[in-house]
Design a protein around this ligand. Structure first.
Ligand code: GLC
Length: 557
């Protein structure tokens, strides 16, 4: 096995070539190692432009062209990441063991992984459930290891749950809503298994998980790409499931923006944290799910209309996000000098953002080179906080232009101390405290400064960071992050999150053996080892969609 030799691909430190150059680069290097090659260099279904799709519908089967070769994985019991490495880190084997321990079975079939397997903790809360968002890294780990069955079962089970009638008190939820989580109840006497699911009706704050449906679509594509099994996504049930999710977020209403309006706490940050309105995480997942759905929807009588709506929305959404959510040195300076009270079509400050509302920290935080998508943009409100998941998903989905993707990574490198510190990766930066914390969180004792959702550090975010690093050709950044994780995570029993400005302390109320911390690590390791895995979770830039933002002045400095 040639695994002991560092893949050539990984040796390109600090390269700054464009993403399209990187694509060529990756693939030629990958070709030098035929046993690692799982992506064929053909034009993929994803690469078809949206404008092309709006006119003539391309062949459905082209998704096969980029699919990983399925038959190559036979020894499913031994994790490939253990077999392939010359000297696997001892954590890898332990992580696989812990991941397998977390598997949940329904009538003998694996259908997901439990959120945390923390024996020591007295209160279980809802950590004994299978969360849709938490299962994503587990699913990717299983797919990368050639074990797609659990992923297929999960996709089908959650699809069934989507069909349930959902109510909060006397109010009926939209048909397409996917559950936040579900639990399998085993009756040892009757020998029966039943399922209970939560669509937000028993969650804190009673908020429906907007991200679940998007993750479901993204995972369906990852499964299809990884296995080349088109039969699942093409079933009438899956096609309908996608359409139901899409009708929830593509419906016409009073919106004047193409972004999706949400309540606080409807995604990973599932408590009140001032992420209501148009949070970046949801917008990036929305964009990615739309693109994934586009690659899987059949252009039949029912699908065609959705395809057309998706194409239009993607154009508007990418324009809006790239123009109004993007912040770099130049843009910050422009906002700082904004005039207010501008009416009519000539307004530059379209949302009437008051320059006085720019927080002090952002002036120091912003490097000359680098940038990011801000947390939220709505009338007279820009949330300048940096959120890691939204920015990484923007890179993976190509919502960020190649220049913007590079700038996001530049900023991360530049602000490593603040954003990574001693434990990758901060969920957001900076924290909110004092009066602002009281107003924004409603005095939430779990979300005190630099803890949990309020500037806490979440090991699970390592996989999205690693994927973004690979896509932008900066694997050395991921390596640094993995080194940090390897020095602590196992010793600390795989906590859910860390606290403190540097992320040095195990989180106040963090679960131990949190499954997505475990799976996130495995996915990061497997992707670095075999970067072709990235194809499952990344979408190429649509060359037809012209970037609207030019390089800012910071690029020439
Ligand atoms: C917490 C997190 C949420 C996660 C859940 C289960 O509520 O905020 O994102 O899905 O725990 O791990």
């Amino acid at each position: 096995m040639e695994g002991h030799k560092e893949p050539l691909w990984l040796r390109v430190e600090g390269s700054h070539c464009s993403l399209s150059e990187m694509d060529d680069f990756d693939l030629t290097r990958a070709l030098e190692k035929p046993r690692q090659l799982k992506i064929e260099r053909k034009r993929s279904f994803d690469e078809r432009s949206m404008s092309e799709l709006s006119t003539g519908y391309a062949r459905q089967d082209s998704i096969l062209e980029m699919a990983h070769s399925p038959g190559s994985r036979s020894m499913v019991d031994t994790p490939l990441s253990v077999r392939n490495s010359f000297e696997p880190h001892p954590m890898v084997a332990e992580a696989w063991e812990a991941l397998r321990r977390s598997m949940v079975f329904f009538r003998g079939q694996p259908v997901g992984t439990i959120a945390a397997y923390d024996h020591a903790s007295e209160e279980v809360l809802n950590y004994d459930q299978v969360f849709v968002r938490d299962f994503v890294p587990s699913a990717l780990a299983f797919l990368m290891n050639g074990e797609p069955d659990i992923v297929k079962n999960f996709l089908l089970k959650t699809l069934q749950l989507q069909g349930w009638e959902k109510r909060v008190d006397r109010f009926k939820l939209g048909e397409g809503v996917m559950p936040a989580s579900f639990k399998v109840l085993h009756d040892p006497v009757r020998k029966t298994d039943t399922i209970v699911a939560d669509f937000g009706e028993s969650a804190i704050g009673r908020v429906a998980p907007v991200d679940s449906g998007f993750w479901w679509i993204i995972l369906l594509r990852a499964y299809t790409k990884s296995t080349a099994d088109l039969t699942l996504s093409e079933t009438p049930e899956c096609q309908r499931g996608m359409r139901l999710i899409l009708s929830l977020c593509l419906s016409e209403g009073f919106d004047t923006f193409p972004t999706l309006l949400c309540a606080d706490g409807c995604s990973m940050v599932d408590r009140r944290m001032g992420v209501y309105g148009y949070p970046i995480e949801i917008q990036a997942l929305f964009f990615m799910a739309l693109r994934c759905a586009l690659s899987m929807l059949k252009p039949d009588e029912e699908g065609r209309e959705f395809i057309e709506r998706i194409v239009k929305r993607l154009h508007a959404l990418s324009f809006h996000m790239r123009s109004y959510f993007w912040l770099d040195f130049q843009q910050l300076n422009d906002i700082y000098r904004y005039k207010t009270e501008e009416y009519s079509h000539t307004a530059v400050n379209k949302f009437n953002v008051m320059p006085d509302s720019i927080p002090d920290w952002v002036f120091d935080f912003m490097p000359l080179r680098g940038g990011y998508f801000v947390g939220n943009v709505s009338p007279a409100r820009m949330d300048f906080r940096w959120f890691s998941l939204g920015n990484c998903v923007s890179i993976l989905s190509s919502l960020a232009t190649p220049d913007q993707s590079m700038a996001i990574m530049d900023l991360l490198e530049h602000r490593w101390e603040e954003l990574v510190g001693e434990m990758p990766l901060k969920i957001c930066y900076p924290c909110i405290e004092s009066h602002e914390w009281r107003i924004v969180t409603g005095c939430d004792p779990k979300n005190t400064r630099w803890s949990y959702h309020n500037g806490g550090s979440w090991p699970v975010l390592l996989w999205t960071l690693t994927a973004a690093c690979i896509k932008t050709g900066r694997p050395q950044i991921a390596r640094r992050a993995i080194d940090l994780i390897e020095s602590r995570l196992h010793r600390d029993c795989w906590p859910e999150y860390y606290d403190g400005k540097q992320g040095r302390y195990v989180g106040k109320q963090a679960r131990k053996y949190q499954t997505w911390s475990i799976a996130g690590y495995l996915v990061a390791k497997m992707m670095l080892e075999d970067p072709s895995h990235i194809g499952m979770i990344s979408l190429e830039e649509d060359k037809q969609m012209k970037p609207v933002i030019k390089r800012s002045a910071s690029w020439t400095c």
